[in-house]
Design a protein around this ligand. Structure first.
Ligand SMILES: CC(=O)Nc1cc[nH]c(=O)n1
Length: 104
């Protein structure tokens, strides 16, 4: 059983350590620093790595910075477009910073 899922298109960046943050809605804001999460692909729930949560903090869409984008391995305009597609109309997000600790 996985604890969190990511779209398959993010898998290679997460495994390579290029993506070290995820922006989620309130339903996934309950993770706590130090927690280790089994990560699966959203499309088929296949496990592909384990991450450790470093921090969880609220962030508004208009507070996103180039640093958030760098941690997502995107530009800031790309990041805002992606978040708008995943969470249309959502303003209040949660930034979950993580490190990969194991791969499948
Ligand atoms: C499945 C899913 O919601 N995936 C997300 C959502 C936001 N950010 C992200 O990296 N992955």
């Amino acid at each position: 059983m996985n604890d969190i899922t990511f779209f398959q298109r993010f898998e290679s960046d997460i495994v390579a350590g290029r993506k070290t943050i995820t922006l989620r809605d309130a339903s996934e804001s309950h993770f706590t620093p130090g927690q280790q999460l089994r990560v699966g692909r959203y499309e088929d729930d296949v496990y592909f790595c384990t991450i450790e949560v470093i921090s969880v903090a609220p962030v508004a869409l208009d507070q996103l910075t180039d640093e958030h984008a760098r941690q997502e391995n995107m530009t800031l305009p790309q990041l805002k477009e992606v978040i708008g597609e995943i969470y249309p109309g959502l303003i209040e997000l949660y930034a979950i910073v993580f490190k990969r600790v194991a791969t499948a």
